[in-house]
Write a protein that binds this ligand. Structure first.
Ligand code: UDP
Length: 370
């Protein structure tokens, strides 16, 4: 029996881990997959509800890392994972995405000379002001097997000198998760209030990137944008904990609370959020994964960031990049929506239900399992 360790720390990590975990259980009886939850996202709305929705078992290893900032979190997570790796003999470590748990897991595995696989490798924003970009670059360069989600990943890694033998185009595992759970999120019962908003095809907003919410000027601007949309749309805004605390500190939360056309919620469960997005007229965001989900669902999306590490969502999907200080944002967005209406829907290669199958095939090869 081969032993592999799957490491996850945040909401998007749980979503990427779930299809692979379930696929290993059904298709690879010779592999025992263990899960480590690093504790980066820990409360019910950001963690437990996802484990329920995604039918994941309790983690085999639960670290409760509470770091202050990126470096402290990576350092403590690295020590925690190292202890697990030293006490258990694993044949492969698998990390996902671009969070602190990703880079800590990759370093711990690589330093113990255990092969490391990075799922969602090769993405680049080329913006080192994003902590996630630094995590991506380090993780890729110390991983042995790079599982790519979109064509830009291949190009980026080629430019950085990676040999073809390490790089595998497998597709987007987050989209596999969306597809596999469609029967649940499509039919989920909603509260009366949320149903009322969904029936009106609202604007859905999610913001949590430090460059937007930790800066008082851009935070104010984000609130202005939400209020501007609320003049002629219903708006649903599930608030990330980081954003909520920034809005409270700057006394801006009350301005949103006072507006009856804006529904403020806690972070939503995966199923409720996907149902909401699938009924949205428009999504405004700074999330990574939401750019992909909206592209796949053919929902117009505007990403308030300087760049994206997921360019396929702009080229083939429904995503428009926008500077948060763009004064003509409403007319630019209307033009984008009109352009999308005229355009034929495009599909993105390998964003399907077989991503985890392709990854498991690679894992079997790596572990010499026929
Ligand atoms: N998501 C969710 N509930 C919410 C907001 C987002 O379930 O209230 C999901 C969303 O469907 C996507 C993931 O969380 O799959 C994106 O996570 P996030 O935006 O936190 O991280 P990023 O993708 O930017 O790393």
């Amino acid at each position: 029996m081969k032993k592999i360790l799957l490491i996850a720390g945040t909401r998007p990590n749980f979503i990427k881990l779930a299809p692979l975990y379930h696929r290993i259980r059904t298709d690879a009886p010779d592999i025992n997959a263990f899960i480590c939850h690093t504790g980066q996202h820990f409360d019910f709305n950001m963690s437990d509800i996802f484990w329920q929705n995604l039918e994941l078992p309790s983690p085999d290893f639960q670290l409760n890392i509470k770091g202050i900032g990126v470096v402290d979190t990576i350092g403590k997570t690295l020590l925690g994972i190292n202890e697990i790796i030293c006490q258990n003999k694993f044949d492969l470590v698998v990390v996902f995405g671009d969070v602190n748990a990703t880079v800590a897991g990759a370093i711990a595995g690589a330093q113990s000379r255990i092969p490391v696989m990075h799922v969602e490798a090769g993405l680049r924003s080329y913006d080192r002001d994003m902590p996630e970009e630094i995590n991506r670059v380090i993780t890729d360069h110390i991983s042995d097997f790079l599982m790519i989600s979109e064509p830009s990943g291949i190009k980026n890694l080629k430019k950085e000198g990676f040999p073809d033998s390490k790089v595998f185009m497998v597709g987007n595992i987050m989209i596999e998760c969306l597809l596999r759970t469609k029967k649940y999120w499509d039919t989920i019962e909603l509260s009366k209030e949320l149903r009322f908003f969904i029936d009106s095809n609202p604007v859905v907003a999610t913001f949590h990137r430090p460059e937007n919410v930790d800066n008082p000027k851009t935070l104010q601007r984000m609130v202005d944008i939400l209020l501007n949309f609320a003049a002629d749309h219903l708006v649903v805004f599930p608030i990330h904990p980081r954003t909520k605390s920034a809005l409270e500190k700057s006394h801006l939360l009350v301005r949103l609370q006072e507006n009856a056309k804006i529904l403020l919620t806690e972070p939503l469960s995966y199923f409720v959020f996907l149902k909401l997005v699938s009924h949205a007229a428009l999504v405004i965001t700074d999330s990574g994964g939401v750019q992909e989900e909206t592209s796949f669902l053919n929902i117009p999306c505007v990403t308030f960031r300087r760049n994206t590490e997921r360019p396929v969502t702009v080229e083939l999907g429904t995503n428009l990049m926008m500077d948060i200080n763009d004064q003509n944002f409403r007319s630019d967005i209307t033009r984008h929506e009109n352009d999308l209406k005229k355009r034929k829907r495009m599909s993105i290669p390998l964003w399907d239900e077989q991503v985890s199958h392709r990854i498991v095939l690679q894992i079997k090869k790596i572990l010499s399992i026929s």
